[in-house]
Design a protein around this ligand. Structure first.
Ligand code: 13P
Length: 253
């Protein structure tokens, strides 16, 4: 059986500067070589043009962190999929828990954003995950299934063209990672849900995110349904991000 290629995506969140981005990308380009996995960085919108030119001709794909649910018009502060396409964006995060928590994004809004991305040929990285309260109340499965169901419904049959990221909210930026077993258990639920919607469920990359780092990546990536990582803090340090990318090689060897 041929192994499918893993995907390691960095989410820079609201970090960076012209100078810092240039230094980070230079180090990544020098260190990444010919990676065994797909690599992407989701950067703040003002830096899309800069990073587009910094990654040109490299194996690093450009990602955005959000997109409007609307195509165009009077939506001050929003950006459309067409605008992202103008800058060569290949991936866009939708429904990150920070958008859901701090910006009131509902499952319906997230699903509409994923639909816009799919229609524009940009791969949505659909983020799902439970809070600590929800986990402790035994609601993990119900919550992630509800979040994913909304997106599947709105995907217009293009389910297999998206990426799904399981990011337990309690593991984001806390240094508290889900154990490989905890993550795998949820990934298996998501895979089964995808399988009910598409024959190509096995090809949908399921990423884990939440305090993934150079030390824990290999163990997480070794799980059968963990196809990559969505990396926050550790993606801002070239050496750490490169080690996570290299960890996919260990797993695939
Ligand atoms: P950290 O890796 O900093 O925990 O962030 C994870 C995340 O939210 C990626 O989208």
């Amino acid at each position: 059986m041929t192994q499918k290629q893993k995907l390691i995506a960095g989410n820079w969140k609201m970090n960076g500067s012209l100078e810092a981005n240039a230094a980070l990308l230079q180090a990544l380009r020098e260190g990444v070589g010919q990676p065994a996995c797909a690599v992407a960085v989701a950067v703040p919108a003002p830096y899309l043009a800069q990073v587009q030119s910094l990654v040109a001709g490299s194996p690093i794909a450009l990602g955005a962190q959000d997109v409007s649910q609307h195509a165009a018009g009077a939506f001050t502060g929003e950006m459309s999929t067409a605008m992202l396409r103008d800058f060569g964006v290949r991936y866009v995060l939708v429904g990150h828990s920070e958008r859901r928590q701090y910006h009131g994004e509902t499952d319906v809004v997230v699903a509409a954003k994923a639909g816009q991305a799919l229609a524009a040929g940009i791969t949505p990285v659909v983020c799902v995950g439970e809070t600590l309260e929800e986990r402790e109340a035994g609601q993990t499965e119900v919550v992630v299934r509800r979040q994913l169901a909304a997106v599947i419904e709105a995907s217009g049959g293009a389910v297999a063209d998206m990426v799904v990221a399981y990011e337990p909210v309690w593991a984001i930026g806390t240094g508290r990672t889900a154990t490989p077993e905890q993550a795998q258990a949820v990934h298996a639920v998501l895979r089964a849900q995808l399988a009910a919607a598409t024959e190509r469920a096995a090809h949908v990359p399921l990423l884990y995110g939440g305090s993934m780092n150079a030390a824990n990546a290999a163990q997480l990536l070794a799980q059968p349904d963990i196809d990559g990582g969505l990396v926050g803090g550790a993606s801002l340090k070239a050496a750490d991000f490169l080690q996570i990318i290299a960890a996919t090689q260990t797993v695939q060897a």
